[in-house]
Design a protein. Structure first.
Length: 350
């Protein structure tokens, strides 16, 4: 039997009880935060371009949560672990060498835990956002029994259009073929959604990107309740914490970085309409049956995702009216330049 790893600690600045910031008289004090395989870790996943970065940015704005950038290595170690278990020959060789499933799982668990705990600032609630980790939801619940999972779901037509138009390289995806890419999206979502259902609603919560974008407050209330994390208004203003000390760190290599610097808006929901070849549109229900399974109408062009909350509608208008400002803001974030002052947001109809 592999002995259980002892509890370890990461150290974070003591937060100001008034505003949650790490400033004031307590700034030089540190709090020890324990972490082990019983910690209530948060895993965010789904297909790339499905809102995983927005979800983690909104959670990262919470003073008690740290997700951070994609690690890239966690889904890879999970993929390797899956390959070992699928190969009867390799498994027999490992067993003969004393490298049993128990030994491997202990090592994989320690690897994942150390990466999550130490690749960013310390926080009471540790979170990981690597999209394809949720292909291994059931396995991860065995390693981390108190973990919870957020499965980001988005209309597959929008996902594939975003992947192709932004040239996001994903293994197995043909960036010149909507038909092939939609088939791959369907396969991936089938796996992740099935895994989410398998572990149950107490462990895994599907989050629809369209609904998060249209009704962010309603959905963040639900999400934080699901995660057993107290409400904090900062999650509604993630853009104010980008690249700030103790705020949201962004990776220059992630394709979604340029979008999460903006407040929550509905501008990208239907960008895919009119870009998918007619033959693919005609065969959509057959190519991507998971659309209907997930509640999308495969024959609706454009679909009706619902009406945005007033503040989301205001944000969307504001971003369109100040396109030059937001392009410059993207460059600032990507090149670590001092931020410009944001133009004043004028609510719609005023």
């Amino acid at each position: 039997m592999v002995p259980r790893e002892p509890t370890k600690y990461i150290y974070a600045p003591v937060s100001n009880p008034v505003n949650g910031s790490s400033s004031g008289p307590a700034a030089n004090q540190r709090q020890a935060i324990p972490y082990d395989d019983q910690s209530p870790l948060i895993f965010i996943g789904g297909m790339p371009r499905s809102g995983t970065t927005l979800m983690r940015a909104m959670l990262d704005a919470h003073p008690d949560v740290r997700c951070g950038e994609e690690t890239r290595v966690i889904p890879r170690i999970l993929g390797i672990r899956t390959q070992w278990s699928r190969s009867a020959v390799e498994k027999r060789r490992l067993d003969e060498a004393g490298v049993t499933d128990e030994v491997i799982d202990s090592a994989v668990k320690s690897f994942i835990l150390e990466i999550i705990a130490k690749h960013g600032e310390a926080a009471p609630h540790l979170c990981n956002k690597d999209p394809f980790t949720l292909k291994s939801t059931f396995y991860l619940t065995r390693l981390f029994p108190n973990a919870k999972f957020l499965l980001m779901i988005r209309d597959g037509r929008a996902v594939v259009h975003s992947i192709i138009s932004r040239q996001v390289t994903i293994s197995g995806f043909d960036l010149k073929s909507y038909r092939t890419s939609l088939t791959k999206w369907n396969q991936a979502l089938d796996i992740m959604y099935s895994q989410c259902l398998r572990v149950g609603q107490a462990k895994c919560m599907p989050v629809y990107y369209e609904q998060l974008a249209l009704h962010p407050r309603e959905w963040m209330v639900r999400i934080l309740k699901f995660l057993d994390i107290p409400w904090n208004e900062s999650v509604m203003h993630h853009e104010q914490f980008i690249d700030k000390p103790g705020g949201i760190a962004l990776s220059k290599t992630e394709k979604s970085t340029d979008q999460v610097i903006k407040p929550v808006n509905s501008g990208a929901l239907s960008n895919w309409v009119g870009h998918i070849p007619e033959d693919v549109v005609r065969d959509m229900a057959v190519i991507a049956p998971m659309l209907r399974t997930l509640g999308y109408n495969p024959n609706a062009n454009p679909p009706n995702y619902g009406q945005p909350d007033p503040n989301v509608a205001d944000n969307t208008i504001h971003i369109k009216q100040n396109a030059d400002f937001w392009r410059k803001r993207e460059l600032e974030v990507l090149h670590n330049k001092p931020p410009l002052n944001s133009p004043r947001l004028e609510p719609a109809g005023r």
